[in-house]
Design a protein around this ligand. Structure first.
Ligand code: SF4
Length: 267
């Protein structure tokens, strides 16, 4: 198996996996979504909320506010499956104490741990009118996407098989098929009497080009064992860390399964 990284930024990564199987790629995708630990606000104690927003909605907004959860932030924190796990002992305390008129932003959340804070400063949480008070205490903890979407590190985690475009050279060139492409993958070049493929990885395999070609000049398929994989995160952790952790988790699961089957399966 071969991996080629096509692009990478703080919260987005696109890579190509060659010579792999669908179940393996899908297992990585699922592990990245639901088995990678992330920090999010879990318990909210609303001491006073004069705003028009219901307490439940406010607690929900706080839970979905992305908090820094990279390897550095997670280091030393116990996980829900650990024996010594206790939400209050192991959690990170946050507080909000604001008086209107103002818009309360994520940057107003005061954290007990300088490493663990909102990823973005400018997420509006609630609007307070003149003299309205908001006083909140909250606890953030480590969790997994399988429990709640707020602990899901990925906002996009998807793959597609690598597209393959071929032309039927026995037929006359049909330039209409290039015009039908909504993604700019194809370009008609009447001078050289060719249809050029500009960016095959941008092809969604929608087959608009195939339908537009009356004589069946173009065919769109895919390579069975090559994949284009995209991971986007909410900024809580870099996509590369998500991918590496997902691979570790899958490896551990495979080890457990091997051990289980070697021990006879039913024990
Ligand atoms: S399948 Fe769709 S995206 Fe791909 S080349 Fe044809 S029209 Fe463009």
């Amino acid at each position: 198996m071969e991996i080629e990284v096509k692009s990478q930024s703080d919260n987005e990564m696109v890579f190509i996996v060659r010579d792999a199987e669908v179940p393996f790629i899908n297992a990585i995708r699922r592990c990245a979504m639901v088995n990678v630990p992330k920090i999010a606000i879990e318990d909210v104690n609303i001491i006073r909320n004069d705003s028009a927003m219901f307490n439940e909605v406010l607690a929900h907004r706080l839970g979905l506010t992305p908090l820094v959860s990279d390897l550095d932030a997670l280091e030393g924190m116990s996980l829900p499956e650990d024996d010594d796990w206790d939400v209050y002992e192991n959690g990170i305390m946050f507080s909000l104490n604001e008086v209107g008129p103002k818009v309360v932003y994520s940057k107003d959340l005061i954290s007990s741990d300088s490493k663990i804070k909102p990823v973005y400063d400018t997420i509006p949480l609630v609007k307070l009118k003149e003299d309205e008070v908001l006083n909140i205490e909250a606890v953030a903890k480590v969790g997994y996407g399988k429990e709640h979407a707020k602990w899901m590190p990925t906002t996009v985690c998807a793959y597609k098989q690598y597209p393959e475009i071929t032309f039927n050279e026995d037929e006359e060139i049909d330039y209409d098929c290039a015009l039908a492409c909504p993604r700019g993958v194809l370009k008609s070049d009447r001078r050289s009497k060719k249809i050029k493929i500009l960016d095959i990885e941008n092809c969604t395999m929608c087959k608009s080009c195939v339908r537009a070609s009356a004589n069946g000049y173009i065919n769109v398929g895919f390579r069975e064992n090559d994949f284009i994989f995209r991971i986007e995160t909410d900024g809580a952790m870099p996509p590369k860390e998500v991918l590496l952790k997902a691979c570790d988790v899958l490896g551990e699961k495979a080890d457990k399964f091997i051990q289980f089957s070697e021990e006879g399966g039913s024990k």
